[in-house]
Ligand binder design. Sequence first.
Ligand SMILES: [Zn+2]
Length: 326
Amino acid sequence: MARKKSGFVLALDIGGTKLAVGVFDSSHGLLGRAVIPTHAEEGPDRVLERFIELAESLVRQLGLEHSQLSRIGVGCGGPLDAETGIIYSPPNLPGWDAFPLKKKLEEHFGVSAFIDNDANAAAMAEQLFGAGKGYKNIFYITMSTGIGSGVILDGKIYRGTNFSAGEFGHIVVARNGPRCNCGGRGCLEALASGTAIARKARREAARKPESVLSQKPFSDSGLTAKDVVAAARRGDSLAKQIFLDAAVYVGLGITTAIHLLNPEIVIIGGGLSRSGKLLFDPIRQTVEERAQEYIAGFVRIVPAKLGKDVGIYGALAVALERCPSS
Ligand SMILES: [Zn+2]
């Protein structure tokens, strides 16, 4: 139908700390965006209600009408079923137990909603609009409070048997490493996520009074991975070592991944990817040292391009991938 083709897309990014909505025109131009805190403790019904209000008010502000909406794309923390659009208790969204997100959105808006996990969504967004343009075999990693990934093979996202492929944060990189939230031990996420970096920094700083991490403004329990990056940039040797250790573990993980997948490009996104050389130099060096030259020689390891808007572009990419023709 002609009207549907000219319609706009509502892109919803559901995270544990923020909800972001983007409105895109039929040529994938971003018409507007809005963000609010998630307040996940309110539970799924109230969170979704506030999110829908936000989306509706953005649509009104843009002078658009409900009837022009063609479809909805959603990126959300998993686990989830990308076909039925049911969310299964993501760790960052307490109470979203078997929550029928797709059904609720379709009932409210009267158009099709397409849902995928946020790492897959971000991988597809980088493929369509960012650092992965022109590549068919892409390994996308997101590094922030947790670590996730999206695998694109022969141009298509690979979801696995029950939509759980790409759990890069839970590959084991240290036999006797620290316990992970998943119940495992030595997972990459337990060694190199923002949470793991901050935890190690707090522990080590208490023992090393000479480090800036044990002095103000860093010296409190709110110490974050971002603070570790800032201290490392100022030359603090403890911060540099903590960050280096984490980056080397990520390099080891990537070494495993590239032997398994033989990608053309590894794209690293998420908050920690903005650490520049501090992150990328040790990762590239580790891969160079530890991977087979024949495989490593082909692969580029680069930062993501979409930055903070990756969530809404990811949600758009989900809608485009699942419903390319309308
Ligand atoms: Zn784990």
